[in-house]
Design a protein around this ligand. Sequence first.
Ligand code: BG6
Length: 509
Amino acid sequence: MKTSQKFVLVIFGASGDLTKRKLIPAIFRIFKSELLDEDQFIILGVSRTAMDNGQFQSRVINSEFLNFKNPESVITERFKNKIHYLSLDTSDLDSYRLLSDKLDHLCNENNIPHNFLFYLSTPPSMFEIIARGISNYNLNKQTKGTFKRLIIEKPFGYDLKSSQILNENLHSCFDEDQIFRIDHYLGKETVQNLLVTRFSNSIFEPLWNRNYIHHIEITAAEQVGVGNRGGYYDASGALRDMVQNHLFNLLAMVAMEPPVNMDADSIRNETAKVFQSIKPFTSKNIIRDIIRGQYTSANIGKNKLKAYREENGVDSQSKTETYVAMKVFIDNWRWSGVPFYIRTGKALPTRVTEIVIHFKSTPLHLFKNDQQNVDKDNLLVFRIQPDEGILLKFGIKIPGVGFETKSVNMDFHYSDYSDIYIPEAYERLLLDAINGDSTLYPRSDSVEEAWKIIDPILDEWKLNKNLKLYGYPAGTWGPENADALIEGTEVKWRYPCKNLSNDGIYCEL
Ligand code: BG6
């Protein structure tokens, strides 16, 4: 939807990777697709690095992430002129006068009201001080019908306590409705499509409960290791990095009750209720229901894949988990007794995020089939990425005598619609923040509720030295013990592809 707002987007941490990889390309695409006019916005990059406008412009424009067919084109040139830069010591509260002056100047020169979006793409240790610096010069005050919004990158806190302190500190400078906490998974089209599939189709809702669903799997597999983010990741690990936010938010989308309507509060009330209903983890079920792992080196064909402990910035004795699989229960009327199996890991065989709804078997197995038992095979798969789409698996009769059965796929791929462009998560999220719509941004209570579930696990891992951290060779599907987490012999994780092939080529979906 085209926005009518005029604003300045102030990006703190502008010399960092996220700015050139995601933020500038997202705004450029919004601009290019004419959802934003040239006279509506200014981008102001802020960071410590000494640079002038021209240097900053070429850094973000000439990057491979913008992927211009023609960097000299008129549209690129017009976009480039919207980009400004200010070098600032963001830890010095007095230096924010420079920011205030710069914003006054840019607004006057470009006829833009004092509508500011402050995007904090900095290390989390800077969040509070930047919020203070901004409010020191009243840049947080929404006077004369203007808006001031704070967009915060993850991680939001390190545990429950730190997230509460961060919320308190931010709330002393900004009201909750001015704060937009990023979880980029919520910006993914296919995640939003979950809500549409569930709540706009009457055929699914009657089945969406403990009576018809046997269990649900949520997988976010990454093929890459930690790359150059070892320093950050080693202090974080998969549980904090992926589960507390992205995977829990996917869980909330699948498990939530229908909201009373599609406004931000109604949806966020329902997601908060899911987190409140998750059965708490205790010492006993942490040992039984959670498996953690770390990738080890592997030789695949001619390629040697590094162990996690050999990555840059990672402690050579590190005990940080790069893989987590867990069994979660939601103790409410709809889901009581239905296990949700969640897993995520780095250096796995492929990149895939999917949610698999496993329906219960029919009460009687009328059609016996030696090859396959289709009764066990009713699946609804939401492919979040890549190859976005939905797959329904069901049984059919094989033509011919008797009643031989077979499982077949009804498969929808977004890519079949060549005229449909799937926007990047950051495009959607930035547009929403510009329009003041916080539906896809986690609220403070949800973030804290999610940490309440994670905290006991972190404590147990820290205190109980007997708890194992399993190794798994890079390029495999994680520790084998994770298979034991899924009950019984009939129920297994879905493996969208096998381990890496021998010639070292990662398999495709
Ligand atoms: C980020 C994590 O939030 O999400 C990364 O910090 C992870 O470690 C990334 O790689 C995954 O995002 P996506 O969109 O590539 O699945």
